[in-house]
Design a protein around this ligand. Structure first.
Ligand code: MG
Length: 378
């Protein structure tokens, strides 16, 4: 029997890569649901290719014939009655959290590209997944690598998780020159082709900060067990160091279709035509991240150590700051300044219900917006 797949965020970067995997695996997969935020045209095009799939448009309250579900509530309803065996969540940002919860509660495994789900609500997600008897399968390339390595070697044997980071386009720039960077420069990523939000996060190292928090949540690792190493070629996707000191790594060409393939086919390991690595002329470099120049990484460790809703606040402040940067309201280095300022507020409080997490998320967004309008004058 084919595995029934719901794909959320079908028109985005993860969505397009997932469609390649689904097309290659037509004998294995049956798409039952596609969602997009506002791109109704791309949903209708998909319907021609996969007529059995139902369609949900989360960012609009109505739209053309052929789309059955509308708005945020419509999306959750579509997930709940999709009958999917696995839901791939490729929604960008905090908007993906409620969809992840709905996927787990529907009894489907969750192939998770939306790292905010774990950053904001790791213990809630773990508890709900346990209750529903489903697995959370990471699609983030680093976590997909760590997941595979831990499965191979045993979680209890691992002493350290070592996440690689490309370092982004400004790795070699001077600290002083970062201030004048605009969105266009920051959107040109050297190794990965991704959506705008994650590309900026990659340039500030906030993406790696979010991934440190994500690794802690997914694999139950303490902050000091998670290391970050800059690896500009993006060939080694991550590593684990075992208790005996030996380091194991996962390597492939940088291509998101491999982690997507791995999550969708899990627990099987089947042939994949993407991301094959050849070794001729291959050079692999590693260096320490410059946390002075890119403070978002250290801020993430601080948020992780504080626990509770602090990681959600880190994420919310960063999302608002990145949106302001993309619309040219603030400069590149202001992203970290604003995140630090928002985090320095008192955010003590529980993170064990969706409501508490979303309240903190909203309060942090409002505070960051206030800082932008009050303190910064451009
Ligand atoms: Mg990643």
């Amino acid at each position: 029997m084919k595995k029934r797949v719901a794909l959320l965020g079908a028109s985005g970067s993860i969505g397009k890569n997932t469609l390649d995997v689904l097309r290659e695996g037509r004998d294995f997969f049956e798409p039952v649901l596609f969602s997009a935020h506002t791109q109704d045209e791309s949903l209708l095009t998909l319907k021609k290719e996969f007529p059995e799939a139902r369609l949900a448009l989360s960012g609009k309250e109505n739209g053309p014939d052929g789309i059955e579900y509308f708005g945020g509530k419509g999306l959750l309803e579509a997930i709940a009655c999709s009958g999917a065996d696995i839901v791939l969540n490729g929604i960008s940002g905090a908007d993906g959290l409620a969809a992840s919860l709905a996927a787990i509660q529907s009894g489907a495994d969750l192939a998770l590209a939306n790292k905010e789900t774990i950053v904001m609500a790791s213990s809630l997600m773990a508890a709900e997944a346990k209750k529903a008897g489903v697995r959370i399968l990471p699609v983030d390339s680093e976590h997909s690598a760590v997941f595979a390595l831990l499965e191979a070697h045993g979680r209890e044997q691992a002493a350290e998780l070592i996440l690689t980071a490309s370092g982004g386009p400004f790795r070699t720039r001077s600290a002083a020159s970062l201030e004048s960077i605009g969105p266009r420069e920051a959107l040109a990523h050297p190794t990965w082709s991704m959506g705008p939000k994650i590309t900026i996060d990659s340039a500030t190292l906030a993406n790696k900060g979010l991934e440190v928090i994500e690794a802690a949540g997914l694999f139950g690792a303490a902050p000091e067990q998670i290391k970050v190493v800059i690896h500009p070629q993006s060939i080694v996707h991550s590593m684990i160091r075992l208790k005996d000191g030996a380091v194991y790594a996962q390597l492939s060409k940088p291509d998101m279709r491999l982690p997507i393939h791995n999550a969708l086919y899990w627990p099987e390991c089947l042939p994949c035509s993407f991301a094959h690595l050849t070794f001729e002329g291959l050079v692999l470099e590693f260096e320490k991240p410059d946390v002075k120049k890119f403070p978002m990484l250290d801020l993430a460790y601080e948020a992780l150590k504080q626990g509770g809703v602090y990681p959600a606040v880190y994420n919310a402040a960063n999302e608002i700051a990145v949106a302001a940067f993309l619309s040219e309201r603030i400069g590149f280095t202001n992203i970290a300044e604003l995140t630090r300022e928002t985090l320095s507020h008192d955010w003590q409080g529980g993170a064990d219900s969706l409501q508490l997490i979303l309240e903190a998320d909203k309060a942090a967004r409002n505070l960051t917006i206030r800082y932008i309008t009050e303190h910064l004058s451009w």
